[in-house]
Ligand binder design. Sequence first.
Ligand code: PLP
Length: 477
Amino acid sequence: MTPEEFRRHGHATVDWVADYLASLEERPVQASVAPGDVRRQLPEHPPEQPEPFEEVLADLDRIVPGITSWQSPGWFAYFPANVSGPSILGELVSAGLGVQGMLWSTSPAATELETHVLDWLAELLGLPATFRSDSSGGGVIQDSASSAVLVALVAARERVSDSNRTGVTTTHTVYQSSQTHSSVEKAVRIAGIGSDNLRTVAVDERYAMDPAALDAAIAADQAAGHTPTMVVATVGTTSTTALDPLEDIAEVCARRGVWLHVDAAMAGVAAICPELRWIQRGVEGADSYATNPHKWLGVNFDCSAFWVADRAALVDALSVTPAYLRNPASESGQVWDYRDWQIPLGRRFRALKLWFVLRCYGAEALRERIREHVRLAAELAGWIDEHPDFELAAPVPLSLVTFRHVGGDEATAQVLEAVNASGRACITSTQLDGRLTLRVSIGSLRTERRHVVALWDLLRTAADDLAGRRAGASPAG
Ligand code: PLP
């Protein structure tokens, strides 16, 4: 592809993406294909000869029915995974520059922009000064919150042992709640600690970790001669957005000498709104913290912002330097090499998309989006609470509403199916106290009040159908 051809095809490709995003409202939210449908349309063998770019682009339309529209305004499933114009263009520039930012010297701007933008984000979130680059800590972009907790765990493990050298020779114990994301168990397995040594601490009636139960669990392990290594507290659990009490948990961790990692993957970015910053009260006591701009802040996956209070602990745990990576800048001690902050060696210039988003929207507009989602969630929760056929399942501190049909799991499953079969909205479910529970996660950049009203109409109609009633007009207008 010559530079001129690249320019022409690039314009056509941007047009294709712009048309896709502009047409989301008319598209079914969920993919409408059966297993194997997509592959059946593809040639069995790869092309021997070049194909015209126009044909490649045209074929995209054939796979679109197999795309689930995470960017749809009717997307209320799982969690938001927003993309935005500035972020997509930041990705494009990153692809065009094609740098490997593994060492400062392999592309100084990639490292320094990342450090700088994470300082900006820490400031916007009101994170403690210990996480800033001018202190003992600092931030880095991981591909995911799962990687963030894994590298935090390796650093925590090395703080209390010499496992990198000797292998795991002691019983490290890690603490989560029954609501903690599964990425923690995965990290425990990968780090050689083992699922049997992952303690699940009780939660209170709001599904938040009980600090007294945590304290007792750590005390029991210490008495048994084990090595309590890390506690994972969550700001916004996956099932219900439960908020673990960081202040009390941090006190336990400090007193018992255990690393505290805070997983704020989905909800943490809400702290850019000063009035919502209470969700992370006590974060000053954390050793590490992760939140995902690639969920609720309009930044394309992958962009998980991760901070540590003691960067030396992380770098010491992850740094291995063969001769071919040695260079004067690294040895001067004046620069950071982000390869030492993550699992892979290579790394993309991911800070560009975050930089573009922060600059093109500005903090005020980003705050307004989050406030609007939180307001819409409260409004929907109010309608659900008042409806005789539904009951709320958990508090709604931010933008996730969890609820059930009062008729039990079977009725709740039928409501879920009816909403998703409509093609106009997509919601998912979880289990709470052994009961099927619906989740409506309001966080798409394109979701407006009218989309939430349309979802409420679908929910009410499903309840009316179950009760054999005729649907009436929406009270929500
Ligand atoms: N932690 C929480 C609380 C989550 O909700 C999720 C994803 O839903 C994750 C971690 C995993 O995020 P990632 O895909 O960035 O690993």
